[in-house]
Design a protein around this ligand. Structure first.
Ligand code: CTP
Ligand code: CA
Length: 227
């Protein structure tokens, strides 16, 4: 039994979770997107509700039904997700960025559908950087005790890349999973290691995304300052 599964150890806490993947529009019918299913973020929201938290779930393009008991904010793009996350984080005890945020967006949005023309090759697609939402949340905490958690999917040198990313983002916890062709994306199960800024390393065996979610909340609860 996960330690927190039945205990309301997040009662009177407000937690913010982002889930899904942002879509960056090119024109009214096309976007740049990613394969994040949103299942890990939804598992985090459900388990936090079960542990007594007030939950704000910021949902991006999952197509899933809103989880019972959570306040859900629907967003499409990274810029919308940033605005929603910074707003919800203002009075939050913890923020968990499980969403896959597009690193780049098209530099221009075409108001009308982009058409091909006979004999004309397409222009290269110009992209610009999106803001780093997790780094901004970690740097601009409304209260010093707020716990900020990130996720990272890595294909190589998983732990070394994870440690470097944790430092770069300035968050308290980083959940790192190894991804490959048939790992993690869209699956119900997940295997990960949770790296902590204080040096801690918590391996989470292959299992349901709820189990990983409960481990994340256990580590968050340990770091919450009372009351
Ligand atoms: N993230 C974010 N804003 C971005 C990009 C990522 O908040 N513009 C968050 C993700 O939600 C996740 C964490 O940062 O919690 C790590 O995402 P990842 O894509 O692994 O990090 P990047 O810094 O974008 O590194 P990479 O170049 O490896 O993609
Ligand atoms: Ca990225």
């Amino acid at each position: 039994l996960a330690r927190g599964a039945q205990s309301p150890d997040l009662a009177r806490r407000h937690v913010v979770v982002s889930a899904g993947g942002t879509r960056e529009p090119l024109d009214p019918v096309r976007f740049l997107g990613n394969r994040s299913s949103g299942r890990q973020g939804f598992a985090l929201a459900r388990t936090a509700v079960a542990r007594g938290a007030r939950v704000t779930l910021i949902e991006a393009n999952t197509g899933m039904t809103d989880p019972a008991g959570a306040d859900v904010v629907h967003v499409g793009t990274a810029l919308e997700l940033r605005d929603a996350a910074l707003k919800a984080a203002a009075d939050a005890d913890a923020v968990v960025m499980a969403a896959a945020v597009a690193d780049f967006r098209p530099a221009a949005y075409a108001q009308g559908k982009i058409k091909k023309r006979d004999g004309v090759e397409p222009e290269p697609l110009a992209l610009v950087r999106n803001p780093d939402i997790l780094a901004a949340l970690a740097a601009e905490r409304p209260a010093p005790g707020q716990v900020v958690v990130g996720f990272a999917a890595e294909t190589d040198d998983v732990l070394a890349n994870g440690r470097a990313k944790l430092r770069r983002k300035g968050c308290d916890l980083l959940v790192v999973n190894e991804v490959g062709a048939h790992k993690t994306f869209g699956a119900a199960e997940n295997e990960a290691v949770v790296l902590a800024a204080d040096g801690g390393e918590t391996p989470v065996p292959y299992g349901p995304k709820e189990a990983l979610a409960d481990t994340v909340w256990d580590l968050v609860v340990e770091r919450l300052v009372t009351p």
